[in-house]
Design a protein around this ligand. Structure first.
Ligand code: NI
Length: 188
């Protein structure tokens, strides 16, 4: 489902950040996998150990300090897939009693395995929605760029017309006009 969310996207779109403090789709994908690494370990501990103490990770510090931009997205997507498929075998054999096993966070909040699993599903859903929002922001950004381009183009054409006007009064400038005309042809 993560792969489906990014199907057909260009590298530029994957690296686009809607705002300086917001993640790109590339960064979101690395985060989802890092979160999965940490949560898979939590899920396993709840099943294997007796009311283990769970911990969470500082997602912004990870994104900031682990150089998310240079990490290999393909490897991370593969890692995500492997984590989910290895957990699947455990889930297939899960008893009702096991799904009620409990883990405890440092603030004493208690969660059953079933609840923790539900949050896993929700986490990916939330980030897929976020990816869709970034895609929309990118399209808006592109549309904005096109607008300013057509304005620049219009300004250029007006300047062209002025030059053409002057050429009819100043025949000597014809080579300059030819240069400008070929410029427009390349741009179009
Ligand atoms: Ni998250």
């Amino acid at each position: 489902m993560l792969r489906e969310a990014i199907e057909g996207l260009t590298e530029k779109e994957l690296r686009f950040k809607p705002a300086p403090d917001q993640w790109s789709i590339h960064q979101i994908l690395i985060h989802v996998t890092d979160s999965e690494v940490s949560s898979t370990s939590r899920l396993k501990r709840v099943l294997a150990e007796d009311e283990p103490m769970l911990n969470s990770f500082d997602q912004d510090a990870w994104a900031r300090n682990l150089g998310y931009d240079v990490l290999d997205r393909e490897q991370y997507l593969l890692l995500f897939k492997i984590l989910r498929s290895t957990m699947q075998t455990i889930l297939d054999n899960l008893s009702d009693e096991q799904s009620e096993r409990v883990g405890v966070y440092p603030d004493q909040q208690r969660f059953t395995f079933k609840e923790l699993l539900y949050y896993r599903v929700e986490h990916v859903r939330t980030h897929i929605t976020q990816i869709e929002r970034v895609k929309q922001a990118y399209r808006k950004h592109l549309a904005g760029t096109n607008d300013s381009r057509s304005i620049r183009s219009a300004v250029f054409l007006v300047k062209m017309r002025d030059s053409l006007d002057s050429i009819f009064t100043e025949p000597k400038q014809s080579s300059k006009i030819n240069e400008q005309v070929s410029c427009i042809q390349v741009y179009l």
